[in-house]
Write a protein that binds this ligand. Structure first.
Ligand SMILES: Cc1cc2nc3c(=O)[nH]c(=O)nc-3n(C[C@H](O)[C@H](O)[C@H](O)COP(=O)(O)OP(=O)(O)OC[C@H]3O[C@@H](n4cnc5c(N)ncnc54)[C@H](O)[C@@H]3O)c2cc1C
Length: 474
């Protein structure tokens, strides 16, 4: 049997990133993937009618576009093309108005009337200093290399979205607009650090737009895998790993799994203390997901929404706050905060001529199986009258169905674990290196490690650097 330097278990974006880094260092690596296709939660499938391509998992990829690791790779040469929507994201209101996050901070602020100057105060400097701040944000907690920028950002990011929103903004609509970005965190709007996601995602819109890969999220994975194979890496599909002893010999094993699954793998020789700590890891709420095949683009009343790649629904700040709070109490909101992506307005390759797709989800309690179809469609109809009439077909997934699609989506949690202040930088456990387990040969590289959920590959990159430094550097 072949001997490897490193075996990577799971071909999610982080598993692939770890494998590429180690293979680039001249090591002999292989990825074992349980599914019949690579990519984990980053995958495009034909979920509705012939000719329609849907992103089953991730849809909007500013973090992949800006990833400090991906930008070093020759992905264009391996077929990756980025599509930039005219407006990164928009937020409609019941009176027919909407706010838009433009790439231009000034233009964004100019819609906000009394909040214009506050928006500029909050975002201008962070946006222009973003490279320095993000280099410290995208890894485990350590001494920042740009302490002043980091602390200035951190003092805002540690606050709740509600605190920050109320401090900076007087208009209800501006607050709802900010909460719409912050609620990507799947955290209640009034808990510590929930503002961090609103800040990071708004800055990404201003700095990079919110682009997506042409043809579907799988195009990113295809480019990464093609590059990995071109430098000698191997991918083995349809091989669910259950026991380390059944794998070939290797000097290191890197798991793109969440703690619950790592605990189920046999012969990992993890210490009982480490196992106890991993078993205390917390998962966050789940989601209910819908993909539609549409006869036309979504008929949003407001033009800004018709021109945006992503739309956040939550008609008042209270509506977003209440729906996220209910989810955390284990209850269902009848007016949930919703994220919508409309790729085909900008990428004609994803649907038959003149036809469209849309992608959306709302948060639900972990493990909940309530069918949210009509609740989601009723909410969208309020901002886009006539929406329901243009639906040709739909595909839905509740939390259990999402977990069957990808076993890492525990109870529907799409971020590999709760991203609250206790687990943001120190996931999965508090440790000098969060990527290293109690067994010197066993590492974890999934979104259950810093910097957490999202398609950026930085968990895999950071974990692989640790593997390399520990075992192969000299
Ligand atoms: C519906 C949805 C929408 C999202 N939207 C966005 C978005 O718009 N933008 C964004 O940036 N992020 C988004 N995310 C989050 C993002 O997709 C994830 O954070 C990221 O893809 C996680 O990557 P990963 O490598 O950590 O793990 P995963 O993608 O979960 O991959 C893990 C892989 O391991 C495999 N595996 C598991 N167990 C085993 C085993 N025992 N043996 C072998 N293989 C195994 C799985 O099959 C899977 O392929 C979304 C996620 C979902 C599900």
């Amino acid at each position: 049997m072949e001997k490897y330097d490193s075996i990577i278990i799971g071909s999610g974006i982080n598993g692939i990133s770890a494998a590429i880094y180690l293979q680039q260092k001249g090591l002999n690596t292989v990825i074992y993937e349980g599914s019949s296709t690579a990519g984990g939660s980053t995958k495009t499938e034909a979920l509705t009618l012939p000719g329609y391509k849907h992103d089953t998992g991730s849809a909007i990829h500013p973090m992949a576009y800006a990833s400090p690791f991906f930008t070093t790779l020759p992905l264009k040469k391996f077929g990756l093309e980025w599509v930039f929507p005219e407006i990164p994201y928009a937020h409609p209101f019941l009176d027919g108005s909407a706010l838009a996050a433009y790439t231009d901070v000034e233009k964004t602020a100019s819609q906000l009337e009394i909040d214009k100057d506050s928006y500029l105060t909050l975002f201008s400097k962070i946006t222009s200093n973003w490279e320095a701040i993000s280099s410290d944000l995208l890894g485990p907690l350590t001494i920042p290399s740009h302490p002043f920028d980091f602390v200035r950002f951190g003092l805002k990011a540690i606050q709740s979205a509600e605190q920050l929103g109320e401090h900076y903004f007087e208009n209800e609509k501006t607050r709802a607009f900010f909460y719409g970005a912050a609620a990507h965190s799947t955290l209640p709007i009034d808990v510590w650090a929930s503002s961090s996601f609103g800040l990071v995602l708004s800055v990404m819109a201003h700095k990079y737009n919110w682009p997506f890969p042409k043809g579907g999220a799988s195009s990113l994975v295809d480019a990464l895998i093609s590059y990995y194979e071109s430098i000698g890496g191997k991918l083995i599909l349809n091989h669910k790993v259950t026991d380390i002893k059944l794998l070939p010999q290797s000097r290191s094993f890197v798991f793109d799994l969440t703690p619950k699954q790592l605990l189920e793998i046999k012969n990992t020789a993890l210490s009982s203390t480490y196992r106890d700590r991993l078993s205390n890891y917390n998962y966050g709420p789940g989601i209910f997901k819908i993909d539609w095949a549409l006869d036309e683009p979504i008929p949003f009343t407001n033009e800004k929404c018709r021109k945006a790649g992503t739309i956040h629904i939550g008609f008042t700040p209270e509506e977003i706050k209440d729906s996220e709070a209910l989810t955390h109490k284990g209850e269902i909101s009848q007016t949930p905060y919703i994220l919508i992506a409309q790729h085909t307005v900008f990428d004609k390759t994803r649907a038959p001529e003149n036809k469209h797709t849309a992608w959306a989800y709302c948060h639900v309690p972990n493990g909940d199986t309530t069918d949210m179809t009509s609740v989601i469609e009723d909410q969208i109809e309020k901002a886009a009258p006539g929406f329901k009439k243009i639906i040709l077909a739909r595909s839905t997934k509740n939390t259990k169905q999402l977990e069957r699609f990808n076993p890492n989506i525990i109870g529907g949690d799409i971020n590999g674990g709760k991203q609250d202040i206790t687990q943001l930088f120190t996931r999965p456990v508090v440790k000098v290196s969060p990527y290293k387990t109690s067994n010197d040969q066993v590492y974890i590289c999934s979104s259950s490690t810093p910097p957490g959920g999202g398609v950026h590959g930085m968990c895999g990159f950071n974990a692989a650097k640790k593997v390399y430094n520990d075992h192969f550097k000299n």
